[in-house]
Design a protein around this ligand. Structure first.
Ligand code: IVH
Length: 671
């Protein structure tokens, strides 16, 4: 084939494959067989192998994901992603309608759009000149994580759209119930913890550093909004998005006034389980964008929208056994093991009974039929016993006298409902401590579930929290564990590596699970004490003084921290965390090694991208930021409207003057 013919065929294949993706993933109406799709895809890959310059980012071949990155770059967005106020009852929903009508100060009924509240992971996706340029997670609303490479692998997201200007879309990454079941079966077969719900599955899959792994997860995107104004109404916006070939949920309904909206909500609640994806409510939004502007927002929520959350589903099932789980503090929690039932989208086979008093007051017995619901749609709990169905001979539960994990005699702490295992080296306590340490709110090690933690502790591979970070040296032993294939081991080690250098000090503190030190207190402490090394370097006096200087830290909290750093075994573990290379984020930032290590940058003038974003791009590649041009500054990056003094300083101090385009090239060059 001649070069122009190559090019033409390549463009044709890209177009046809994307058209098929659209039909399959957005319209749910496949137009070719899988075999035909595969044939076209292979032809595309073969063409690109011969002519590598054809392999651009928006080629469908790139949906298989690119090679892993070392960490996620933070994205600061220009327009914040707000969250939604919730209503849990019809009365609360009516209050919302009343506030809206009062705010608009008119007699007429407002038009609302009612639409499903999708239960997945929020996402923002930007298209510029028709090309997908950036995708980020919600994060805290203002700053998210750059997951562009992961989003590109989702076949329902077009890589190009027919829109010349900039388009900043908001939506949800979801996973179909059926697909989640398939993934979970595979995870359980590999000895991994199944995802508790589609939301966890979606956000976990999005935040994989290796986008090739994301490509294997059956994710879908559904957009529900756009920052730029495309129409006068929300409904108009949704129509426009669909016209552009963007996937939307298409379940919205314009409702004239509150009563119509309520009608939709009730109808939707009855039929929502027929949708292929999980929803946890209905979002009611004012349709007119002008009226929205008029109402504005509070510091957290827009005043023009509300999420009506459905009540948790309840079901009856049988108690097979009552066991005690050992927590990280040694507290024993009674748990009912149940005949499995499907509840709010997952299969439930265990439910918490909270504490001994609760088992006694509800008088739950083995063999009983009990009503179960998910608290916050996540943790299953036993609500009540159906006494009519109690089998003859069912006996009250006897609380344990010995720890089920280490057989130490249990103690009842005065004034507490809980029994405790007093053994500090109880394997049950260690398992729970590792679980807590590695959760999302703390060190966030993806893929380290209960089943795996059990194996790590029982095989002796992990004897304390710090040992989690020594697993990279124990690859062979990990491969020997039950159902751990090379791929799952690599995934786990990748996640551990990320946690080792990428978490902030307050998350580390939270993860230690010290008494009275939750995430809020940990954040306060981390404002004063920058990292673990500084904490350990302080003597009692200095540390007490630092903590006393903090407003909301009382003596109980201070004592908890002091005893952790003074108690020899705990101190040894904390020192070990440093030895195994745990670096919290602030330390890590100063030590990033990358293609720009050794170069320093001063930024001046107005840039196209937000300045924080540019600075973060530089820093994550090892470059340093100078606030002014000084001796040793390598580059002065100039945007629009640059003052003469900066330029003169650069010329005098020998800094190279470059524009944003040149910087972009430096940033994208490989190490
Ligand atoms: S509108 C300011 N619409 O719910 C408007 N959000 O608590 C904010 N969500 O993280 C969003 N389905 O990702 C909107 N149809 C829908 C939604 C939806 C799910 C999520 C959203 C956000 C959370 C807000």
């Amino acid at each position: 084939m001649s070069e122009p013919t190559f090019r033409k065929r390549h463009a044709e294949l890209c177009r046809v494959l994307e058209e098929h993706n659209y039909r399959y993933y957005v319209q749910d109406a496949p137009s070719v067989s899988d075999a035909e799709y595969d044939r076209l895809f292979r032809e595309l890959v073969a063409l690109e192998t011969e002519q590598p310059e054809l392999r651009t980012q928006d080629s469908p071949s790139q949906r298989v994901g690119v090679t892993p990155r070392e960490g996620f770059v933070k994205v600061r967005r220009a327009v914040r992603m707000y969250s939604l106020d919730n209503a849990f009852s019809e009365d609360e929903l009516r209050d919302f309608d009343r506030r809206v009508r009062e705010g608009l100060g008119r007699d007429h009924l407002p038009d609302y759009v009612a639409e499903p509240k999708l239960d997945g992971a929020s996402i923002e996706v930007t298209y510029e000149h028709g090309a997908l340029t950036l995708a980020s997670t919600r994060g805290d609303g203002e700053t998210g994580e750059d997951v562009t490479a992961n989003i590109r692998t989702i076949r329902s997201t077009p890589l190009r759209i027919a829109h010349a200007g900039k388009l900043t879309l908001r939506g949800e990454v979801v996973i179909h119930r059926e697909d989640l079941a398939t993934i979970n079966e595979a995870r359980v077969a590999r000895g991994e913890e199944p995802f508790a719900n589609p939301r966890n599955a979606a956000s976990g899959s999005l935040r994989l550093l290796d986008a090739r792994l994301t490509a294997e997860r059956p994710l879908r995107v559904l957009f529900y909004d756009c920052v730029e104004r495309l129409a006068k109404s929300h409904h108009g916006t949704l129509v426009k998005l669909a016209e552009l070939g963007l996937p939307t949920h298409r379940k919205e309904r314009v409702c004239h006034g509150f009563d119509e909206a309520l009608h939709y909500i009730h109808a939707f609640e009855r039929t929502r389980h027929a949708l292929p994806y999980e929803t946890d409510g209905v979002v009611l939004k004012l349709d007119s964008l002008e009226e929205r502007t008029h109402l504005g927002q509070t510091s957290r929520f827009p005043r023009w929208a509300i999420a009506y959350k459905f009540a948790a589903e309840r079901k009856e099932t049988k108690v097979r056994a009552i066991v005690a789980d050992v927590g990280r503090t040694g507290a024993l929690t009674p748990v009912a093991e149940l005949d499995p039932i499907a509840l709010s989208g997952t299969v439930v086979s265990r439910a918490t009974l909270h504490n001994l008093d609760n088992v006694r007051s509800k008088d739950v017995r083995v063999g009983d039929s009990v009503l179960v619901e998910k608290a916050g749609e996540i943790i299953p709990q036993v609500i009540e016993v159906n006494l009519d169905k109690r089998p003859d001979g069912a006996v009250p539960w006897l609380s344990p006298t010995h720890c089920p994990a280490c057989a130490s005699p249990v103690k009842r702490i005065d004034g507490e409902a809980a029994l405790r295992c007093p053994n500090p080296s109880c394997p049950g306590r260690l398992k729970a401590a590792i679980f807590y340490f590695t959760r999302r709110t703390a060190m966030d090690v993806d893929g380290l579930g209960r089943v795996l933690i059990d194996q790590l502790v029982e095989s002796g591979l992990v004897r304390d929290l710090a040992d989690v970070f020594t697993l990279a040296n124990k690859r062979a032993a990990l491969l020997d564990l039950d159902r751990m294939a090379a791929k799952s081991v690599d995934g786990l080690l990748n996640a551990i590596e990320l946690a080792r250098i990428g978490r902030s000090f307050d998350r580390l503190l939270t993860g230690l699970g010290l008494p009275h030190v939750g995430s809020v207190v940990a954040r306060l402490i981390a404002e004063k004490i920058p990292d673990l090394a500084s904490l350990l370097a302080m003597d009692r006096e200095a540390l007490s003084a630092q903590l006393a200087a903090l407003d909301r830290i009382g003596p109980k909290i201070a004592e908890s921290i002091l005893s952790a750093v003074e108690d020899p075994p705990q101190r040894a573990m904390l020192e070990k965390l440093l030895k195994v290379g745990v670096q919290t984020e602030s330390q890590h930032k100063q030590q990033v090694v990358g293609p720009l290590t050794g170069s320093s940058f001063c930024i001046t003038g107005t840039l196209k991208k937000p300045r924080e974003e540019v600075a973060a791009d530089i820093q994550t590649r090892g470059g340093e930021i100078h606030s002014s041009v000084k001796k040793g500054t390598t580059y002065l990056v100039t945007g629009d409207k640059v003052g003469r003094t900066k330029i003169e300083a650069a010329e005098k101090k020998g800094a190279k003057i470059i524009d944003e385009g040149a910087l972009e090239r430096l940033l994208t060059q490989e190490a």
